[in-house]
Write a protein that binds this ligand. Structure first.
Ligand code: GAF
Length: 384
C-alpha cells in the first residue's frame, strides 16, 4: 500500500496492538489501578523518511482512505488550538509527532519529515483502543527513525498527550500503557499514580478458558459527552473529600461522602472506589487461585458500571446477560462505555454456546447482529 500510494518503498513497518481491559474501568484518570492486556489485533505503520521536512500520513484499511500532511514546524502552531483544521483521524499520528518532539526536546528542524501509511485490524469504536494502537505504532516508529530515546512509559505519556490535546479526548493512560507494554499470555497490572507496571500471568489456555469479545457495533467517541462528564463527577467527588484523586478514597469514606455530594456524584465515586478494590482482588485471585476464580469480580464490575457509573447501554447488558446464561464464568463491558464491546470469560467447550446465546439475544431484542471473536493476550508495540 505504501509503495502504491507514495511511489517509494518504506524502510520498515512497526505495529502496536489494541487492548482488552480485564478489569478496572474509569480508574486510570483517578490515579487508580487497571488490569488490561494487549490483544492480537494490531495497527501497522509503514514509514519512509523524506527530505523536505513534510510530515505526511496516509491511511487505508479500517480508517478513511485519505491523506493529510503538515510541515513539521507547523505542528506547534496547529496543536492544540487549531486542531480542528486537521482531519480527525490524522490528529492521532500528527499529534504523536508533535508530543514526541516536545517530550524529547527535539527541534523539528533536526529531524527528517516522514511518510506514513497505516493499516489496522483493530476494530474501530469497539472499545478495544484502536486509537492507542495508532498512537503506539506511530510513537515507536518515529522514536526509532528520529533516534529519540524515551522509555515505554514516556512514549505512553506522548500518546496520552496526543489523545488529550491533539484529539481532544480527556482519557487516562491505561490504553497507551497496555499497547506499549503488552506481553504474551499476561495482563499488565498498572498503578496509574506511580505508573509502575507489573506483568500478571493470566494462564487462560492452561485453565481451558477463552476470552470472548462481543462487539455490539454501537459506536462511541470519548471526545464528546459522557466520558468527560464522568471524569468531572470524579473530580467533584475528590474535591468534596479534600483529596487529590479518588485513589485516596476508601470504601470506609463513602458514608461521609454521601453527606457532602448529590446522589449522582456519590454513585460515580462509589463505582471508582469499589472498582479499584476489585482490581486488587482480581490480581490476588489470579495469583492464588487462577483465572477460573475471577468470574464474580467481572460481573460485579459490570453491575457497578451499569447502575452506579451508568456507562453501559442495553446492547452491552444484553451481551453480558446472554454470555452468563450460556455458562460464561464472568462477563462485563470493557473500555470507556456508551457502546463498544463486552468480554466474557468462557470455558473452551462453552464458547459456541455463548456465541449462539448472544446472537439469539441480540436478534430477539431487535439489535443488529454482534461481532463475536476470541482474543489472545499478546505482545506490545514493536518493529515488525
Ligand atoms: C477509555 C480511556 F481511553 C481510558 O483511559 C480509560 O479511562 C477507559 O476508557 C475506561 O477505563 O478507554
Amino acid at each position: 500500500m505504501f509503495a502504491e500510494r507514495f511511489g517509494t518503498e518504506p524502510i520498515g513497518t512497526w505495529s502496536s496492538p489494541g487492548r482488552v481491559n480485564l478489569i478496572g474501568e474509569h480508574t486510570d484518570y483517578n490515579d487508580g489501578f487497571v488490569l488490561p492486556f494487549a490483544i492480537q489485533h494490531r495497527t501497522h505503520v509503514a514509514l519512509a523518511p523524506r527530505t523536505d521536512g513534510v510530515f505526511r500520513v496516509r491511511v487505508a484499511s479500517t480508517f478513511d482512505d485519505a491523506t493529510a500532511e503538515l510541515p513539521l514546524d507547523a505542528l506547534d502552531v496547529v496543536f492544540p488550538d487549531q486542531r480542528d483544521d486537521v482531519p480527525e483521524w490524522a490528529r492521532y499520528p500528527l499529534g504523536v509527532a508533535w508530543a514526541l518532539l516536545a517530550a524529547s526536546g527535539t527541534d523539528p528542524a533536526d529531524v527528517a519529515g516522514v511518510d506514513l501509511a497505516f493499516a489496522s485490524d483493530v476494530p474501530v469504536g469497539a472499545g478495544l483502543s484502536s486509537s492507542a494502537a495508532i498512537e503506539g505504532a506511530t510513537a515507536v516508529a518515529l522514536a526509532d527513525t528520529w533516534d529519540i530515546e524515551l522509555d515505554r512509559v514516556a512514549l505512553a505519556k506522548v500518546g496520552r498527550r496526543a489523545e488529550n490535546e491533539a484529539v481532544g479526548a480527556p482519557t487516562g493512560i491505561m490504553d497507551q500503557m497496555a499497547s506499549l507494554l503488552g506481553r504474551a499470555d499476561a495482563a499488565i497490572f498498572l498503578d496509574c499514580r506511580s505508573l509502575e507496571a507489573v506483568v500478571v500471568d493470566l494462564g487462560f489456555a492452561e485453565a481451558g478458558l477463552e476470552l470472548v469479545v462481543i462487539d455490539t457495533g454501537v459506536k462511541h467517541s470519548h471526545a464528546t459527552g459522557g466520558y468527560g462528564e464522568r471524569r468531572a463527577a470524579c473530580e467533584r467527588g475528590a474535591a468534596a473529600l479534600g483529596v487529590p484523586a479518588l485513589r485516596d478514597v476508601s470504601v470506609d469514606d463513602l458514608p461521609r461522602l454521601a453527606e457532602l455530594v448529590d446522589d449522582v456524584t456519590f454513585r460515580r465515586v462509589r463505582h471508582v472506589v469499589t472498582e479499584n478494590q476489585r482490581v486488587l482482588d482480581t490480581v490476588r485471585t489470579l495469583r492464588e487461585q487462577g483465572p477460573t476464580a475471577i468470574g464474580d469480580l467481572l460481573v460485579a464490575s459490570h453491575t457497578s458500571m451499569r447502575d452506579d457509573f451508568e456507562i453501559s447501554v442495553p446492547e452491552l447488558d444484553t451481551a453480558v446477560e446472554a454470555a452468563l446464561s450460556a455458562g460464561a464464568l464472568g462477563a462485563r463491558m470493557t473500555g470507556g462505555g456508551f457502546g463498544g464491546a463486552a468480554i466474557a470469560l468462557v470455558a473452551h467447550d462453552k464458547v459456541a454456546a455463548v456465541r449462539d446465546a448472544a446472537t439469539a439475544a441480540f436478534a430477539d431484542a431487535g439489535f443488529a447482529a454482534p461481532t463475536i471473536f476470541t482474543v489472545t493476550p499478546s505482545a506490545g508495540a514493536a518493529r515488525d
